[in-house]
Design a binder for this molecule. Sequence first.
Ligand code: ATP
Length: 429
Amino acid sequence: MDRVVSLCKRRGFIFHSSEIYGGLSNTWDYGPYGVELKNNLKRSWWKSVVYERDDVFGMDAAILMHPKVWEASGHVENFFDLKSDCKSCKKRFKVADLKGSKKCPECGGELTEGRPFNLMFKTYQGVIEEAASAIYLRPETAQGMFVNFQNILDSKHPKLPFGLAQIGKAFRNEITPGNFTFRTREFEQMEIEYFVRPEEADKKLEEWIGARFNWYLKLGVRKDNLRLRPHGKDELAHYAKACTDIEYNFPFGWSELEGIANRTDFDLKQHSKTSGQDLQYFDNVKKERFYPYIIEPSGGVDRTILALLVDAYNEEKVKDDLRVVLKLHKDLAPVKAAVLPLLRNRPEIVELAKKIARDLKKNMVTVYDDTGAIGKLYRRQDEVGTLYCVTVDVQSLEDKQVTARHRDTMQQERVPIDNLKNYLEEKLA
Ligand code: ATP
């Protein structure tokens, strides 16, 4: 884990937020490669759940919502963790993490009784704090989809089963954040709300569990590092009838990447009751009105990024050297090609390399680098997971060919410059 965290900082994937001020604890910023990886991940998710299906539509709801939403959803009343403070060292713990112990895990001191702590971030909307109404930063993106259920019915006229998909920020005032980007107070979720006939809910839950598990495998996550864990009755959220987590074997143990829950008709019923709007679905073949059940696959962008980085991190012995390489899936790798001049003191070579990079940039994420000897440049690209290193040498000036080196096999091939774009596009397809 330490090596992944260090690589993330060294190479510009993830930085500690507000670091020049000592950092804001458990808050992270994505740098130039981090944001590419994150965008690639979100694009891959969107493609698999929206573009490749005809029953799921995309959405992008606001973070701020009417305060009644959180009363209806049960978050004002139920979205609590029990916290306990150490009377000696003053550290704060989540009671669930203490596993029944009454002693401080840090110093052995006496702990206070568990007290409920609402995880929602409260803020004020309006200019004068006193007069303004209190609102919350959403703790999940899901509610933005439930409150738009009727708008979707009226504008898209979908038939059940159908779903909505959304990627966006969520905020939780976690008692014990930590493990790098695993648990933070500000994070991004990728959520699907899939509306089904109640009698189909169990079957659809199983289908989504399978589909979502396979998505991680398709992204190259090692199967040994993934498992499914159905929730016990005592762990279920207040709205859920059943839930299965997809867990990843993180360096700190098996932990949740994504939860796939049967939320029943809880949310639509609650919003109907609280808003006075009838959110039932009308089946005009069977002439029935009813509240659909909702199957919710809900994953975290930041947790998945962490799992992908840990999974892709490799250290290999090459001759007497240690090669660190991020073997990210080709769709996820932040950089597809790096163009590197073999001799940086030869202007014709540098010029040609720069031109090749300029041309490639129109079709794929490409970088140009001439700030070191070739061995160092390769090492740098391996560490960010660049798929192909293209070197331009003296011979390139004559035979109009370059050398393409594949990240994982390190095999090299001479490729005509005219054909380089096609060659790489074929490999990346
Ligand atoms: P946990 O039990 O780890 O707190 P949860 O069961 O409360 O997670 P859900 O409410 O199911 O999480 O949220 C769905 C997904 O959102 C999680 O699977 C996770 O990927 C992500 N997520 C939730 N809380 C956080 C957080 N504090 N930091 C980063 N990602 C989070």
